[in-house]
Design a protein around this ligand. Structure first.
Ligand code: ZN
Length: 267
C-alpha cells in the first residue's frame, strides 16, 4: 500500500496537482482518506483515551475541522452519574498532519507539495495568496519533520553498502562576508547505496567515541561500510565490535572504483 502511494505521487508536478487532489475540498478530503492521511469517519477507528472503551459515536461538531467529532458514550454516562468530571471528545484529525491546521485541506497539500518542490516562499505567497507568516510556519514544521526523519532511524544491513563521512558546514551570516569558525557545525552523514536512504546527525565533537556511536546508533549490523579512512585508523578490536560485514576505506580521488568493484563482485 505504502509503495503504491509513493508511486502515485512520485511524478506529481504543480501542473497535475488538481488532477490528483481534485478541485474541491470534498474531493481532497476523500483522497486523503483513501491514502490514509486522515481517517474515514468510522466509529471503530478510535479507542477512548479516558476509559479505554470503544463505545464512540460520531457527532456533528462544527468547532472541529471536519465538522464531526467522536464522543464517548461510556464517559458521557459516567459524567451523568457523577463518576467522572469530564466527557471525552476526540478530534478525528488527532495525530494527523492536519490536526492544528487553520488552512483548508487543499491548501495544506498545496503548501506541503510546494515545500517538497523547494519553492521559495515569496513565489508561493504570490501564487496562493496565503500570507507569508503562515507559509513560514508550515515550512518550518515541514523542515522539522524532515530533520526527524533523517535523524531517527537506522539504515543499512546485510548486503547493503553504507558510505559514511563527516563534513564541516559553514554558513556566513546573511550569506555575506567571511565564514566564522564559531558558526561552523560538523555533520555526520551515512548513505545507503542500496536504498538511497540517508541519515544526517549534528556532531557535538569529532572524537572517536562520538563517531563510533553514530555508526552503532544509525547503521544496522552486517552492513559493508565505506569511509574515507577514519575507521581504518581505529584498532581492529573497535572495528570488530561494530559487527559489520566489512569495511573499506576509500581515497575518493583514485581508489573508489577499485573498492566499488570489490564490494560488488567480491574479487
Ligand atoms: Zn470514554
Amino acid at each position: 500500500m505504502a509503495q503504491e502511494i509513493i508511486e502515485r505521487f512520485e511524478e506529481l508536478t504543480v501542473y497535475h496537482f488538481y488532477d490528483v487532489f481534485g478541485h474541491s475540498e470534498e474531493a481532497c478530503i476523500h483522497l486523503l482518506q483513501e491514502i490514509g492521511l486522515i481517517p474515514w469517519l468510522n466509529e471503530s477507528h478510535f479507542i477512548c483515551p479516558r476509559c479505554n472503551g470503544n463505545n464512540l459515536h460520531l457527532t456533528r461538531a462544527p468547532t472541529y475541522k471536519l465538522n464531526f467529532a467522536f464522543r464517548c458514550r461510556d464517559c458521557k454516562q459516567a459524567k451523568r452519574q457523577g463518576r467522572q468530571q469530564m466527557e471525552t471528545w476526540i478530534n478525528p484529525l488527532h495525530n494527523t498532519w492536519f490536526e492544528r491546521a487553520k488552512l483548508s485541506f487543499l491548501d495544506v497539500m498545496r503548501v506541503t507539495h510546494a515545500f517538497v518542490l523547494n519553492f521559495p516562499i515569496f513565489i508561493l505567497e504570490d501564487q496562493t495568496g496565503i500570507d507569508d507568516e503562515t507559509l513560514i510556519d508550515w515550512y518550518s514544521v515541514c523542515r522539522e519533520v524532515c530533520t526527524e526523519f533523517a535523524t531517527q532511524r537506522r539504515i543499512g544491513g546485510a548486503g547493503h553498502i553504507v558510505e559514511i563521512d563527516e563534513h564541516l558546514l559553514v554558513t556566513p551570516k546573511y550569506h555575506r562576508g567571511h565564514a566564522l569558525v564559531n558558526q561552523a557545525e560538523w555533520v555526520w552523514g551515512a548513505y545507503d547505496r542500496t536504498t538511497g536512504e540517508i541519515v544526517l546527525v549534528r556532531l557535538p565533537d569529532r572524537t572517536d567515541d562520538t563517531l563510533l556511536l553514530c555508526i552503532t546508533n544509525y547503521i544496522n549490523e552486517h552492513s559493508l561500510i565505506f569511509s574515507d579512512g577514519w575507521l581504518r585508523r581505529r584498532s581492529n578490536e573497535i572495528v570488530d565490535d561494530l559487527n559489520m560485514s566489512g569495511h573499506h576505506y576509500v581515497v575518493h580521488k583514485y581508489e573508489f572504483s577499485r573498492y566499488e568493484w570489490i564490494a560488488q563482485t567480491g574479487k
